[in-house]
Design a protein around this ligand. Structure first.
Ligand code: NAD
Length: 330
């Protein structure tokens, strides 16, 4: 059988990527929706054939505990709302998938992990690239040292952000700017390519060159991770310029993806030539992978503990950026 997923928050990512991907999954399906916007209900009902009994709003959300059609809650709300809706999902006795970043504070991550343990249900983070073949190849080349030890590692993700009123530019909802939204992909890429977690960081905020949009959050930043073996890995995230790469230079060769983080059209090359890897539906692969782990009661490859680790790293990057000091990461 397939596990039933209820999407919480029917915005751009849920509607544009997750719901269509759930038409291609083998181990899970779109069983329900939770929305605060009643006008979305008829559209989703018709498009995805969702029965009335599986449609919830934010007030009656907790009663989803009595609905056996829903096995997994998938939280796709603005970042600062992830913790509350994840904890309520566990209180309803469901497994939870939570979008990245897991939360905007480590304390919230701890609450989410505790709720998961108490419910005896799994927490997984929506890290789609951990299931994506180009990124898995970077992981293989780096961690098995096909080209020897990595000597230089760089990652950057940026685009020019639009609507100045959107939640991504509001500190209370987003937790920060491009570091929370895009830099997290670079953190992930650096960790899975090197197989290491940074132990210290320095960071510098970029100038605010675009008027009006960046009153609350950074426009761009650069940071430098010190890895446990002494490697310095450099990252960059921006809402003011376009970049999309993950690159490793090792003793005997280089390997890189560009673009590295998009939903499709990823391209990789090594010093020997193009990777020639086929792009897949990342979200379908991710949700099937997570659903299988939940069925087998095995920890997924993207557990809450990994989400917490990244929130801790991001918190340290911001502390380094605002203090100008080198910050240790425990
Ligand atoms: P969005 O703005 O398109 O959608 C947000 C949804 O939350 C909307 O349906 C909105 O109505 C609802 N909402 C509820 N309360 C809100 C509030 N107070 N303010 C604003 N919206 C509110 O955003 P999105 O791009 O779908 O992002 C949602 C989450 O998914 C974020 O955490 C984001 O980081 C994550 N995301 C992940 C990926 C990925 O590739 N893994 C891609 C995009 C977004």
């Amino acid at each position: 059988g397939k596990l039933g997923i209820a999407l919480v928050g029917l915005g751009g990512y849920a509607g544009g990527q997750l719901a269509p991907a759930l038409q291609q999954t083998e181990h899970c399906y779109l069983a329900g929706i939770v929305t605060g916007t009643p006008s979305k209900i008829p559209v989703w009902k018709e498009k995805y054939n969702i029965p009335d009994k599986n449609i919830y709003n934010y007030d009656n959300y907790d009663s989803i505990k009595d609905n056996p059609d829903i096995d997994i809650i998938y939280v796709v709300l603005p970042n600062s709302m992830h913790a509350e809706y994840t904890v309520r999902g566990f209180a309803a006795g469901k497994h939870v998938i939570c979008e990245k970043p897991m939360a905007i504070t480590v304390a919230d991550c701890d609450k989410m992990i505790a709720a998961s343990k108490k419910a005896g249900k799994q927490l997984a983070i929506g890290y789609r690239l951990q299931f994506e073949p180009h990124n898995l190849e970077m992981m293989r080349l780096g961690t098995t040292k096909v080209y020897g030890d990595i000597k230089k590692m760089t990652a950057g993700f940026g685009f020019t952000i639009g609507d100045p009123t959107q939640w991504r530019l509001k500190k209370d909802l987003a937790g920060g700017g491009p570091m929370q939204d895009l830099g997290i992909y670079c953190v992930q890429g650096i960790c899975y390519t090197t197989g290491m977690v940074p132990i210290a960081v320095t960071a510098q905020e970029g100038p605010k060159t675009i008027a009006d949009k960046f009153k609350e959050v950074e426009q761009s930043l650069k940071w430098q991770f010190e890895m446990p073996n002494g490697l310095i890995a450099e990252g960059e995230a921006s809402y003011g310029s376009s970049m999309n790469f993950l690159r490793a230079e090792a003793e005997k060769g280089m390997f890189e993806l560009s673009p590295a983080y998009n939903y499709g059209g990823l391209r990789g090359k090594t010093s020997e030539g193009p990777m020639n890897i086929t792009n897949i539906n990342q979200q379908a692969k991710q949700m099937d992978g997570i659903a299988l782990s939940m069925m087998k009661n095995q920890l997924s490859i993207v557990p809450g503990e990994m989400g917490r680790r990244d929130v801790q790293v991001i918190t340290a990057v911001y502390e380094a950026m605002t203090t100008g000091k080198k910050i240790k990461i425990q």
